[in-house]
Design a protein around this ligand. Structure first.
Ligand code: NAG
Ligand code: NAG
Ligand code: NAG
Ligand code: NAG
Length: 390
């Protein structure tokens, strides 16, 4: 036997078996890995789909809101998510479908008339002043209603018609500001204005209202306008919010479905969006919530959020540029600062325990506030996807 053959005869059988073994192992592990990867891939897909509709909105809203101005901040309303989820969301955000046209109700308005049916105690005094200054910069006319003895925010149909007619008679471009419920112009066959409003954390808002009506300058000012108004009871003036809630005072009881408390603290922020209908008055009900959401989605160009002024200003500037271009500059203009308008220095702090007690009765109001916030952030993200808005 040649030497070469001998070597083969002696050495080949062992490697041959080893090679077959290696090949077998390799093939089966490839198969295993393939199946495993496919499984992982489909699980990942499922996770992405699950994150698509609601959850990422909430998350991004909270991410953004932590950057925003926190006025009378309450961290309790912010839900914290672990960082793990964030990776998926960030990945997903690039693919998020945000149709800027669907989000832009300004396009659907029939006239260049801005209708700001401002909610009380949400910093709307500051926004009104901002609009007044912008009216000079951006050349539009500014109109607001008179100070009323009793603010009537719910109007009879005939009064709604008068209001809608009056606003429709303004020359373009104009703005009109009033504390009033959402008024549906198209119901009266009148041209649709550009609706805007601002919302605030509903519990913070109700606390703000509580101390606002007790601040000395509030009744001094009202006494000047309406001299025959009686002065309030000193015991009522001295009462603080915490003991009012804890003692279960009428004024600080927030009962589901209640229609009339005779207090007029505008505890229903949703009322300003729901409309004049009787269905809108029962406190914290699903019916009023759904109607309010519908009006926002269908009619409002922008509903800003007091707790995040910067996002609000950016969205206003981009979605309603005719009125709001330069809004951020005007708002932060150091030389003419007006940030302190209507700030109440008589407002003592309220404990988180008491806030949470109240919050648990404001569930639908909180949901509406979150809904507006998410919509604002969706509008904001749509801008970021389109261009390089900071
Ligand atoms: C909001 O914008 C102003 C002006 O651009 C800036 O000075 C401020 O830091 C911003 N605030 C937040 C919370 O991002
Ligand atoms: C919350 O509602 C319950 C009834 O559902 C009522 O007993 C309670 O007094 C309310 N609390 C506050 C702070 O309004
Ligand atoms: C406003 O009125 C129009 C016309 O009647 C109607 O189609 C629309 O749904 C109303 N909007 C709301 C929020 O009810
Ligand atoms: C929204 O529509 C208004 C009116 O057509 C337009 O001026 C504005 O640029 C639009 N904004 C965005 C972000 O598309």
């Amino acid at each position: 036997m040649p030497k070469e053959n001998m070597w083969r005869q002696r050495r080949v059988p062992v490697p041959k078996r080893t090679i077959e073994l290696i090949a077998l192992v390799a093939i089966s592990s490839t198969l295993f890995l393939f199946l495993h990867t496919r499984d992982l891939h489909s699980r990942l897909k499922k996770m992405e789909v699950r994150l698509q509709p609601g959850e990422d909105d909430v998350l991004s809203a909270n991410q953004l809101s932590s950057d925003g101005i926190q006025m009378d901040s309450d961290s309790n309303s912010i839900v914290h998510y672990p960082n793990v989820q964030r990776i998926f969301v960030e990945k997903y955000e690039d693919e998020e479908v945000l149709d800027i046209d669907t989000l832009n109700n300004t396009k659907r308005a029939d006239r260049q008339v801005l209708f700001f049916n401002r909610v009380p105690k949400v910093g709307s005094q500051t926004f009104m002043e901002l609009l007044r200054r912008l009216s000079i910069r951006n050349a539009f006319s500014f109109n607001r209603d008179r100070v009323q003895r009793v603010e009537t925010i719910r109007l009879a149909p005939i009064e709604q018609l008068h209001l809608a007619r009056m606003v429709s008679s303004y020359l373009e471009p104009s703005v009109y500001v009033k504390h009033v419920c959402f008024t549906n112009f198209t119901e009266f066959h009148l041209p649709e204005p550009i609706y805007i409003n601002i919302v605030r954390d509903p519990v913070e808002r109700v606390i703000s209202w509580y101390y606002y009506v007790r601040a000395p300058w509030y009744y001094v000012e009202r006494k000047q306008i309406f001299p025959d108004l009686p002065l309030p009871d000193p015991n009522w003036l001295k009462k603080d919010f915490e003991s009012c809630v804890l003692k279960g005072d009428r004024e600080c009881r927030y009962l589901q479905g209640e229609i009339h408390e005779g207090i007029g603290d505008h505890r229903r922020q949703t009322l300003f969006f729901c409309g004049h209908s009787e269905k809108c008055t029962p406190f914290n009900t699903i019916g009023a919530l759904e109607r309010a959401k519908l009006a926002v989605e269908k009619h409002y160009a922008v509903v800003g959020v007091l707790e995040d002024i910067n996002t609000t200003l950016t969205v206003l500037e981009n979605y309603i540029p005719r009125f709001f271009q330069g809004a951020t500059d005007v708002y932060y203009d150091q030389a003419n600062s007006f940030m302190r308008i209507n700030r109440n220095f008589f407002k003592p702090p309220v404990s988180e325990e008491v806030k949470n007690l109240v919050r648990s009765n404001f569930t639908r109001e909180v949901e509406f506030y979150q809904f507006c916030k998410q919509r604002l952030y969706r509008q904001y993200r749509a801008l970021k996807l389109r261009s390089n808005v900071p």
